[in-house]
Design a protein around this ligand. Structure first.
Ligand code: ADP
Ligand code: MG
Length: 725
């Protein structure tokens, strides 16, 4: 006989095989799973108004959302200007009110049956007859007993999300609530505690049984908050335990080289550069140097806005290692970038007599074999290539440093792959994405962080403007006149998600039209997404050699590409791009002393609206933000040049998970806690987790056996980077 909690939900009253199947579709199989399906929100009496109160509020100028609980009297379908209007008449103890829909009458007719009770929320409208109306309100059905209970005793009512899969087997608000309530009453007392007692006591947490019971039927808001805190703490604790174990693994797996910095060759090298390093670059270099010199293996994240000069910092770090007779490797996300790095770096280190090799797609096997052999024999000092090729099958003679030029994607998984393959060197990951501190701490908590927070001195801020399509002739004129002064221009057309053929045709026709008409007196070249990288690269280099004035591109110009004389970028249909993409694109220009320009082009109406749109997140509702996302993005681009500010705006538009690639981090998704909002809780859970893992990395002590079991049970797929897998 299995313990009851692991029994299928099928055996619960009013579930049965068909509904059990629906539950299974949303990941609920056992009774225990169901106990952890928590309400998405609650209704309590303090948030409810009666009809008369609502009228008073509206008369006094209140325009926010309100909730009323009432009973359906009747409903009818009207026709108004030949359009269907569905109206429900409702009453509460104080009076009558209406609900109105302008579509879906058929569906709502079956929902609002006379005698049914509902909680209804929306912004109230006062009709000319002094009557309250809700247009397209949110609503939740209540049982009559619930509604009475609720109004008389002030109970808090939980609402569960009724997902599509559940509706398919006729589960609605009421039935789901009943089923879960019953399960909670009967089975929650059998739940086993999932945090060690000592942690619960020390942190004043609620026990798991009480937590689950409270979340399903809270006595009051205070206990609800305490229950939520317990749940979040537990989640963050196990999450941070995983981070702590990763940190341990990276620490242990390596013997740890300690390199010696030889100042003379470095000084000589710095003299050959056409510029001086910025203070920020120097500061970061000294942080890296300390890591290299120490026995502790380096795991450092180097953050710096687009164009802040990360590459040179990486190169100098590699030189330190190479001077110690070790090898260094630089991995880039694309072939073009790898090749650009290879050409630049080869030139820069030529005077030092170092051997640089390249591993990149499209090389002949024979050629590749020779390079691999050189690397294995230690004849190569610096290897540059794409992530994929280097991870595949390269045998290094004596690898000292791995640099991952990740741009805006995250190199954490790459790094784990490296460790698994036994490529254990110091690691430096470079990114242009600014990440809030709490986030780096949580997700990349095993990395140290350096920031280049300053641009090279010779840079002028890029002038960004937003124009409607009507202005295109002026824009072409501007490109033409600037090209006389040696300016080069990127002209970007986003052709997203079109088929291969259509994209190719559209790209060519744009290009031909520009060559024939608008820009016929300039030298144009074209790059599109269907070209091989070698073709793209040839054009890119010819462009860099000033063989062309304008580069027309249908894909995003390779991230990281560095062409100092290109100082104008025109982005057509700019509303189609995300904020970080726009910032990356803009970062292709403004890499020299000359004034650079970024011209965003959108439809005329859109451009006018966006230029007038003065957004302030404090005053915008989530719906307003949702509706005006593209206006906000373009507006933000015009106003801000710093990647950090833009990233914050982006985070508000999209939520943290999407930007920072939490999926790529290989850590579990957080269901209850929010990294940005629950910072304090996170910090305390993290401290507890780190203390335990540092003392007992393999969780072998008896007092930690519960933690170990829970990790194995619930986080099995996230344990690759731990020693308890
Ligand atoms: P990113 O940080 O975006 O990778 P890069 O490393 O490609 O930026 O550098 C952008 C440009 O700035 C390059 O042309 C590089 O030579 C130049 N650069 C780097 N450091 C400095 C500096 N201290 N002063 C002037 N120019 C610099
Ligand atoms: Mg770069």
């Amino acid at each position: 006989m299995p313990d009851n909690l692991s029994m299928s939900v099928q055996y619960l009253k009013s579930v049965g095989p068909k509904r059990a199947e629906s539950f299974s579709k949303i990941g609920i199989n056992t009774i225990k799973d169901l106990l952890f399906y928590f309400p998405s929100r609650y209704l309590d009496r303090s948030t409810i108004l009666n009809c008369v109160k609502v009228v008073q509020h509206v008369v006094n100028g209140y325009i926010g959302e309100v909730t009323i609980v009432g009973e359906v009297i009747d409903s009818e379908i009207h026709y108004y200007n030949r359009k269907q209007v569905f109206k429900v008449r409702m009453k509460d103890q104080s009076g009558f009110f209406d609900l109105v829909w302008f579509h879906g009458a058929k569906y709502f007719k079956d929902v609002f049956n006379p005698g049914n009770h509902f909680a209804v929320s929306a912004k109230p409208v006062l009709t000319k007859y002094g009557h309250i109306q809700f247009v397209h309100p949110d609503f939740d059905r209540l049982a009559e007993s619930e509604s009475k209970d609720f109004l008389n005793t002030g109970r808090i009512i939980p609402f569960y999300r009724v997902q599509k899969e559940l509706r398919e087997s006729n589960l609605g608000d009421l039935s789901l609530r009943r089923i879960i309530n019953q399960a909670a009453e009967t089975y929650s007392s059998k739940l086993a505690e999932s945090l060690p007692d000592s942690i619960i006591k020390k942190n004043n947490l609620m026990g798991i049984i009480e937590t689950v019971q409270t979340l399903h039927s809270p006595k009051d808001y205070i206990s609800l908050e305490i229950a939520r805190t317990r749940l979040k703490f537990e989640e963050l604790f196990y999450f941070e335990s995983l981070v702590a174990m990763r940190k341990q693994i990276f620490k242990e797996k390596k013997k740890g080289f300690s390199f010696v910095t030889k100042p003379e060759p470095l000084r000589k090298f710095l003299k050959t550069l056409p510029f001086e390093l910025t203070e920020a670059q120097l500061k970061v270099l000294s942080e890296i140097r300390k890591d290299l010199e120490s026995e502790r293996p380096m795991n450092r994240l180097l953050q710096g806005d687009v164009g802040s000069g990360k590459t040179i910092v990486a190169l100098i770090s590699m030189l330190i290692v190479v001077e110690n007779n070790f090898q260094a490797v630089l991995m880039a996300p694309t072939e073009i970038l790898a090749d650009q790095h290879f050409k630049r770096i080869s030139e820069l280190v030529a005077p030092l007599g170092l051997k640089v090799d390249e591993l990149i797609g499209g090389q002949k096997k024979s050629e590749r074999d020779i390079i691999l052999k050189r690397i294995a024999e230690g004849k190569t000092d610096i290897v540059i290539g794409t992530h994929a090729l280097i991870q595949d099958n390269v045998n290094f003679h004596k690898l000292g440093l791995t640099v991952i030029d990740e741009q805006h994607r995250f190199g954490v998984m790459q790094r784990s792959n490296l460790v698994e393959k036994g490529l254990q060197s110091d690691v430096l990951i470079m990114t242009a994405t600014p990440i809030p501190r709490t986030l780096t701490m949580t997700i990349y908590g095993d990395l140290d962080i350096s920031v280049i927070d300053q641009m090279p001195k010779n840079r002028k801020p890029i002038k960004t403007i937003l124009r409607g399509e009507k202005k295109l002739p002026d824009i072409y004129e501007f490109i033409r006149s600037k090209s006389k002064d040696g300016y080069q221009t990127f002209l970007v057309y986003p052709l997203v998600e079109e088929s291969e053929k259509i994209e190719l045709k559209a790209a060519q026709s744009y290009f031909e039209e520009l060559c024939r008409d608008q820009l016929s007196d300039l030298r144009l070249c074209l790059i599109h997404g269907r070209m091989k990288w070698q073709e793209k690269e040839k054009i890119m280099f010819d462009f860099a050699d000033k063989k062309y004035d304008v580069l027309v591109s249908t894909t995003v110009i390779e991230v990281g590409i560095d062409i100092p004389d290109a100082n104008i970028i025109v982005i057509n249909d700019a509303f189609r791009f995300g904020l970080s993409q726009l910032h990356q694109l803009r970062g292709r220009v403004g890499r020299s002393q000359k004034q650079a320009y970024c011209i965003l082009v959108s439809s005329d109406a859109h451009a006018v609206k966006s230029n007038q749109f003065n957004f302030n997140f404090d005053y915008l509702s989530p719906e307003q933000i949702e509706r005006n996302k593209s206006l906000i993005r373009l507006n933000a681009m015009v106003k801000h040049t710093s990647g950090f500010e833009l990233a914050e705006i982006d985070m508000k538009l999209r939520g943290p998970g999407n930007i920072f690639g939490t999926q790529q981090s290989g850590l579990p998704e957080l269901k209850y806690a929010n990294i940005i909002e629950d910072t304090e809780l996170l910090i305390s859970a993290r401290a507890v987790a780190f203390e335990i893992i540092e003392k007992d990395p393999t969780l072998n002590l008896a007092e930690n056996s519960l933690i170990k079991n829970i990790l194995r049970e619930n986080y099995y797929q996230h344990l690759q980077l731990s020693r308890i897998a």
